[in-house]
Structures are given as C-alpha cells and as structure tokens.
Design a protein around this ligand. Structure first.
Ligand code: ADP
Ligand code: MG
Length: 244
C-alpha cells in the first residue's frame, strides 16, 4: 500500500481560534476514510487543507505527491486536477445543461476536444446513473440528482483522490440513499476517498478507517466497528450515543 495523503502535525488557526491542533493522518491508496465529529471540530478545514484551499500554519501535508506545506512551490492547478472535492451545496452552473456542466472544465482547463469531453461526460453520468439527464438543466433535477451530477463533474477530471464534505446533509432522507450508493460504488471500484459525514451507518459499514475529530485533533482513529462498540474516550462515547 502507498500513502496518497500523509499529514503530520498539522496546525491551522483563524486568528486566535486554533482550528487544527496537531493533526496527523495517513490515507492509503484505495481506502475510504470517514471523518466524524461535532460541528466546529475542524473537519471541513482539514478537508480544505488537503485541496490547497487553506493556507496552513505548520506541519507537513503531502497529497498525491504534492507538498502542501510550501505554497510557493505548490502547483495548485495540478493538485486540483488530482483531487476532487464535493461540498454540501453542489454549485452546478444553472444556465447550462448537465452535460455542459461536466464538459466545461474538460474543454477549458484540460483543453480536450468536444467529442472526447462528451464521451467522458457520458461515462461519468453512467457511473452515477444519470446518463438520461445529459440535456436537462440543473433546476430540473432533484437535490439527489444534482449532487450526483456534481460528483460526476468531479470524476470527469479523473482524480486520484475524492473529498466529500457532508454531501448528503442538505438532502431529504429519501434522496440521501442514492448519493451514498454512488459513493459506495466508487469506493468499490477502488477510488481513494476521504469523507466528512453524519451518516453513521454508512461510515460504519463502508469506511476502512474512522476518524473522530474533537477540538481540532484526531481524538480517536481506527476500524469503525471498534470505535462504535468500544470508544476509548468519554467524548466519542457521548458522540456515538447522541442521536444526531
Ligand atoms: P466542522 O466542519 O467540523 O464543523 P470547520 O472546519 O468548518 O468545522 O470549522 C472549525 C472552526 O473554524 C469553527 O470554529 C469555525 O468557525 C472556524 N472557521 C472555519 N472557517 C473559517 C474561516 N474561513 N474564517 C474564520 N474561521 C473559520
Ligand atoms: Mg463542516
């Protein structure tokens, strides 16, 4: 196994607010790592650091061979081609079709020919089960469908690592399952992924490693079953017993 993500003693503050307080974490190729924890514990900030969206204060982060600690040397464009990120709000471009939402970055950033980009759009839409929606506009989609298009758009760039930040939190419960299914399929196909989630059953069943963050630290880490059945700290015990 080889590490796609290697984080060592990461610190990050916003002003006097210490948000990440010495985080260390490795993610191996093909793993699904799920991060849980209370609101404000630093989960989103950690994901954003992995994609070069935040400047870090100290520590080492290597993601897909990029040294994130040295922003001057960092090739952000390359990093973001290799690392896809999907947020709670899917931010599709409202004025173009589903297909164009996906081909846009391919034809502009990757300078791909339109025919080739369309082929990729077809492939990734098939992966998320929406090949019949290519001519639809975002407003014609359900929240679950829109989120699946957002995932497809990210996959079109052929990332080595996918980051998901509470991608189902804004969805009605009946639409959550279809998005989780896409993530499950992706994982089974070998995609490396780090996700922040409130979907405890999903994390427990599918994650290789569960991370419980508390006060900007990796408070507990291990196989999901172990953390759920045998939490070592009062904080995790309280978190897993509270119905969130
Ligand atoms: P989580 O995703 O676990 O809820 P976040 O990483 O979003 O936690 O936030 C952790 C802390 O960092 C919170 O106190 C939040 O207010 C603060 N924070 C996050 N982003 C910013 C920002 N851009 N500027 C200032 N404070 C921020
Ligand atoms: Mg968050």
């Amino acid at each position: 196994m080889s590490a796609i993500v290697s984080i060592n003693n990461l610190h990050k503050s916003f002003g006097t607010n210490k948000v990440l307080n010495g985080v260390s974490l490795d993610v191996q190729k093909g793993q699904m790592v799920a991060i849980i924890g209370r609101s404000g514990s630093g989960k989103s900030t950690l994901l954003r650091c992995l994609n070069g969206l935040e400047r870090i204060d100290s520590g080492d982060i290597n993601v897909c061979g990029h040294d994130i600690h040295h922003p001057d040397k960092l090739n952000l464009r390359e990093l973001r081609k290799q690392v896809g990120i999907v947020f709670q709000s899917y931010n599709l471009f409202p004025h173009v079709t589903v297909e164009r939402n996906i081909t846009l970055a391919l034809t502009t950033i990757k300078k791909m020919a339109t025919a080739e980009a369309k082929k990729i759009a077809h492939n990734v839409l098939t992966l998320v089960g929406l090949e019949n929606k290519k001519d639809a506009y975002p407003e014609q989609l359900s929240g679950g469908q829109a989120q699946r298009v957002a995932i497809a758009r990210s996959l079109a760039m052929a990332p080595e690592l996918m980051l998901f930040d509470e991608v189902t939190s804004a969805l009605d419960p009946e639409l959550t399952g279809e998005v989780l299914k896409v993530m499950e399929d992706l994982s089974k196909q070998g995609m490396t992924m780090v996700l922040v989630t409130h979907e405890m059953a999903f994390a427990r069943k599918l994650a290789d490693i569960l991370v419980f963050m508390h006060q900007g630290k990796v408070w507990e880490i291990g196989p999901p079953d172990e953390l759920f059945t045998n939490p070592k700290t009062a904080e995790l015990a309280k978190f897993v017993s509270s119905d969130l």
